[in-house]
Ligand binder design. Structure first.
Ligand code: SAM
Length: 365
């Protein structure tokens, strides 16, 4: 499949029919056979069920997106700080035992992780883990999509911020040809439905919004437009660059007419729409202008083993020290319950409270 051709996808064994509402990963009936969660549901102090763990496999990346990583030389955690695969599996086992049923592997760039395929295989068989997905820039998927699928990975979100090769190089240091090959590899290997993540930045790629939306006529994919978040080192760019979802939507409607709203799915931060007649769908993630904190169901684990309780706060709980001190599985579970209980309510961006501890590349989006 090339940039100029279309394709029809499948989800598990089910054919994806153009016009059909695609399922979200939270819809249990779509789960891979034998993977339905039996774990209890854990709620935080605000009554939110917390079931989704985003696991950063590395803080290293093979791209340098200018909204994600500050310019200049990068500093990384020493590799000895990173949880080993065995340590990571122990933490995820404890998380699954207390109620985390969906795991997303992210980074940095998760496909750079040594032993990735074995790690995915080990995570997918953990009791209570229903779904393992990945956020990636796609560059290594031509080689990895088939073994990842075989290891049990369900689907991928692929970041792509422009359809211009020259602009791709300027925005990310990467190659559009390689990213597109990764998207094709994901689609060809059943990592469906493919989702494309596009951070919209004023004066950089906002002119391409209708072109991204047009992809949904040609492919049964979901194109998601993301508002840029003001992470550490990114405040100025976020101030200048953020384009609201409302504006992105109206730019699409100016070309294609009113969008058709699709049902809201639990735990999905995106508001979903379809251009009438398109086979794919559009999603809008409005972290800044319409925060979805009341529906937040997620926590993050850094590659160095810190449970990060909210993307836009600095609160963390140290799992690595506990694992390396020989904590038992019940002790790890108790630590995770405590972390969930301490999860902050909402973010303070409107009052000027911004995170300072970690870059997005450490947290994985
Ligand atoms: N390397 C992988 C990738 O490219 O998807 C995973 C890590 S990346 C940090 C995960 C997601 O975070 C990507 O979709 C990226 O576009 C998004 N992201 C990074 N910085 C962001 C920011 N400041 N605001 C909003 N999204 C951001």
């Amino acid at each position: 499949m090339s940039l100029a051709s279309g394709g029809k996808g499948t989800i598990g064994a089910k054919a994806l029919i153009p016009g059909e509402t695609r399922p979200d990963e939270d819809e249990r009936e779509w789960l891979p056979v034998g993977h339905r969660s039996r774990s209890p549901v854990l709620t935080d102090a605000h009554g939110r069920p917390i079931t989704y763990l985003r696991v950063s496999l590395t803080d290293r990346c093979n791209m340098q997106c200018l909204y994600c990583v500050p310019p200049g030389p990068r500093s990384y955690a020493p590799r000895s700080d990173h949880l080993t695969n065995a340590e990571l599996v122990r933490v995820i086992q404890a998380a699954a035992a207390v109620g985390f049923s969906k795991i997303r592997l992210t980074g940095g760039e998760p496909t750079l992780r040594t032993g990735l395929i074995d790690l995915v295989r080990a995570i997918t068989v953990i009791p209570g883990v229903d779904y393992v997905t990945m956020s990636t820039n796609g560059v290594l998927l031509p080689r990895l999509a088939a073994p990842l699928r075989a290891a049990g990975l369900s689907r991928v979100n692929i970041s792509i911020d422009t359809l211009s090769p020259e602009k791709m190089h300027r925005l990310t240091g990467g190659s559009l040809r390689q990213v597109w090959a990764g998207i094709e590899a994901a689609a060809a290997n059943g990592l469906h439905p493919v989702r494309l993540n596009t951070v919209v930045l004023r004066g950089m790629n906002d002119d391409e919004v209708p072109d991204f939306a047009a992809l949904t006529f040609r492919f049964p994919w979901e194109v998601r437009f993301i508002e840029m978040m003001p992470m550490t080192g990114m405040l100025d760019l976020a101030r200048r660059g953020v384009v609201s979802s409302a504006e992105v939507r109206s730019r699409i409607e100016a070309v294609y007419g009113p969008l058709e709203p699709l049902p809201e799915l639990p735990g999905n931060p995106a508001r979903s729409y379809r251009i009438p007649g398109a086979s794919g769908q559009l999603g809008f993630i409005s972290s800044i202008t319409e925060p979805f904190c009341a529906r937040c169901n997620r926590m993050r684990l850094t590659a160095s083993g810190q449970l990060h309780l909210c993307l836009l706060h600095d609160d963390e709980v140290d799992m690595r020290t506990a694992v390396r001190a020989g904590a038992t599985q019940p002790e790890l579970e108790e630590l995770i319950r405590l972390a969930v209980w301490r999860k902050p309510w909402g973010h303070g961006l409107a009052h000027g409270v911004v995170p300072t501890l970690r870059q997005m590349a450490e947290l994985g989006g």
